[in-house]
Structure formats: C-alpha cells, structure tokens
Ligand binder design. Structure first.
Ligand code: SF4
Length: 366
C-alpha cells in the first residue's frame, strides 16, 4: 500500500518528539569545532568534509583547514595546489574542488556572503539538497530539511518506514516528512539533533535503544524491528583493477612524479608513475617501462617489487604492484612529469594510495 507523508505522521506527536529530541541534544551534544559559531562558511566546510568521512577523522582536518583558510575569501583566492594539499588524505577530492568553485561563485556573485535562500545556495557548485539544508538550518535558522543516510536511518526506524533508502524517491519522501516535523523555533538544533542521534545512539546495526531520548516515539522499537531498518539495496561490488607503479630516482636521488589529468578520478593530484596492467602479473614491470618510454619518452630501468598496495574506492579497487626504478639518460620536466627532491615532494598533494607507496619505499631505503 502507498502512503503519503501525512499518513506516516498519523498518531505521531510532533511537538513532544521535537521537545524530547532537542532537550537531549542541548544536554548531550559533542563539543565539535564547527559548532563554535554559526559562520555559514565554516558550516559549509564541515558538512562537505563530513560527507563519507567520520567525525573523528574530520576534526583535525577541519581545524587545519580553517587555520589555513579562515575566511571564505581566503579559500576563494587560494592556489588549488595548496587547497588540495590541505585536503590530502581526506579522499573524494572532487568535494574540495567543488567547494572552492562554490566559494569563488559566492565571492563573485554575492559579495562573499553565503546566500540564505534554497534557490541560490543549491545552485552553487557541489551543494546538493543535504548541504543546502544543513547550511540554511544551522547557519541561518531556516526550517529546511537536511537529509542524508544517517537521518534516513533514524527516521526509517522512528516512523517504521520500509522504503529503500538507496532510492532518490525515498530521500524526497524523508525531506517531505522533515518539513512536517522540523521545529520552526529551532530548526538548527532539530536537524543537528537528528544527525547527532544517528551518530551516537541510533547507529547502524545495533542501535542503543535503551539510552534513546525518543524511544517512546519510535515505532520500530515498539515493533522490535529496529535492527532490520533501514532497508538499503546493495550497490554493485567495486571493480578490481590491476596496476603497476614505480618510485623512480635519477642519479642525484631526485624522484619522478606525475600529475593526474585535470578531469576525472583524483584530478590534478600528484602520484608516482603508474599504468593499468593488461596482462599477467609477471610482465607488469615490462608493461610499465614500455608505457613510460612509448607514451612519454621516459627511459627507466625497473628492478625489485617492494610492496603491493590496495586502495578501495566506491566503484573501483586498485591493486598496485610497486617497483623500484632508476631513470636512464636525460630528463627534462614536462607539463605533467617532474623530478623533485625529497623535501619538495612533501609539498605536493598525493592520494592516500600513493602516500602509502612512499611510506613503504622509505622503509625499504632505511
Ligand atoms: Fe533508534 Fe532505538 Fe531510538 Fe528507535 S529507539 S530511534 S531504533 S535508538
């Protein structure tokens, strides 16, 4: 049977729910650096960092990032290389590229003040419905829904909703519900309380129902089905990709690095020369040296394989065999290849997988 938003809320005491949720949040909220003020720029940065990344991981990144780019203008004006370096290790680099593009738009079109209407905010680069709602409610007190996977899990349970949360339609259903139940007096704390409940109590798997401040409103708890919710269809398993890479040195000990293309996965980050392997394992070394010679006119001699690195993206798994190598003959810097010293290398932004390569390389050298 199909239910509309209003059907779901029959016999649901919205006001008592708001009061119990917000009271709990006011007492129990964690002391997080982005909650110190309601600066929309900082809310924006924190929400983008928190997408697909845990709070504990984000805290030091957020503090460093805000120290380096304390204002929206400072981020808008910053060199992309510096911005990527400040994000290094957080992954999903398109997030920070879009963030910088978004703040540039705000600087150019809104006198550096983050706009406060859903229409204007949602048009900014990288700002989807969730971030729009988070900025508007937290920074400006506008009663807009901010619905992510966390909030959908909590509300699926509270209202015993069995729709698949992987579907866009389900997110829209929850947005409709939040519009009905959000506190108009304190939308900021209401939205943050839902997020906090999902992070601390109504966690995936086994929620801590006995500690839950809204237990008496929760239909899944009453029905004993909280562990079965939310319903989420499985994504396709990530595709494995076999690769070879090498840390290649010249006579003076300088290291060869490569800049990734400006579009696509990990765009504009630096890495060690690498290549997708198309045939068997024992020819990987040869494939990589032939690729460098034929595609980039770089002559190398590769020797021992010193490590294997696996890196899992949402859609892809890189299995990288990594070799030591030396440069043969001359080399002149190219647009996307450079020779750098060890200390220069530290100033370039590398993806996590290639940071691991270098760590393992240093272990072998020492
Ligand atoms: Fe989640 Fe349990 Fe609280 Fe319901 S009672 S909201 S399932 S923690």
């Amino acid at each position: 049977m199909k239910h509309n938003t209003t059907d779901r809320l029959v016999n649901f005491d919205i006001q008592a729910f708001q009061a119990d949720l917000i009271d709990w949040y006011d007492k129990e909220q964690r002391d997080l650096p982005w909650r110190k003020d309601r600066d929309p720029y900082k809310v924006w940065v924190s929400e983008i960092m928190l997408q697909q990344t845990r709070v504990d991981t984000v805290i030091p990144y957020f503090n460093r990032f805000i120290t380096e780019f304390p204002t929206l203008e400072s981020l808008a004006d910053a060199d992309e290389e510096r911005v990527l370096k400040a994000w290094e290790g957080l992954g999903y680099y398109s997030r920070v590229r879009n963030l910088q593009a978004g703040v540039k738009e705000v600087k150019a079109s809104y006198h550096s003040k983050v706009p406060n209407t859903p229409d204007e905010i949602s048009k900014l680069k990288g700002v989807g419905p969730y971030t729009t709602g988070a900025i508007l409610s937290i920074a400006y007190g506008v009663p807009e829904p901010a619905v992510d996977g966390n909030v959908m899990r909590v509300l699926s349970r509270i209202l015993s909703i069995w729709n698949d949360i992987a579907k866009v339609k389900t997110r829209q259903l929850f947005e409709g519900i939040v519009r009905e139940i959000i506190s108009k007096d304190n939308p900021s704390h209401f939205n943050q309380a839902l997020m906090e409940l999902g992070a601390l109590i109504c966690v995936p798997g086994k929620p801590a129902c006995l500690l839950c401040p809204v237990q008496q409103h929760c239909r899944a708890f009453r029905e004993g089905v909280q562990a079965e919710l939310p319903v989420k269809s499985k994504k396709k398993a990530p595709r494995p990709l076999s690769m070879s890479a090498a840390v290649i040195l010249d006579d003076s000990g300088k290291i060869l690095i490569h800049k990734r293309p400006s579009k696509g996965l990990l765009a504009n980050l630096w890495e060690f020369p690498n290549h997708e392997s198309v045939v068997e394992f024992n020819t990987q070394k040869q494939q990589l040296s032939e690729f460098l010679k034929e595609e980039h006119s770089i002559d190398v001699k590769l020797s021992t394989q010193f490590t294997t690195i696996q890196h899992i993206f949402s859609h892809l798994v890189w299995n990288i065999s990594v070799f030591e190598g030396t440069l043969i003959g001359g080399f002149e810097d190219q647009e996307d290849f450079k020779l750098v010293t060890r200390s220069e290398l530290e100033t370039y932004a590398f993806p996590v997988s290639h940071q691991k390569i270098f760590k393992d390389f240093l272990k072998v050298m020492n």
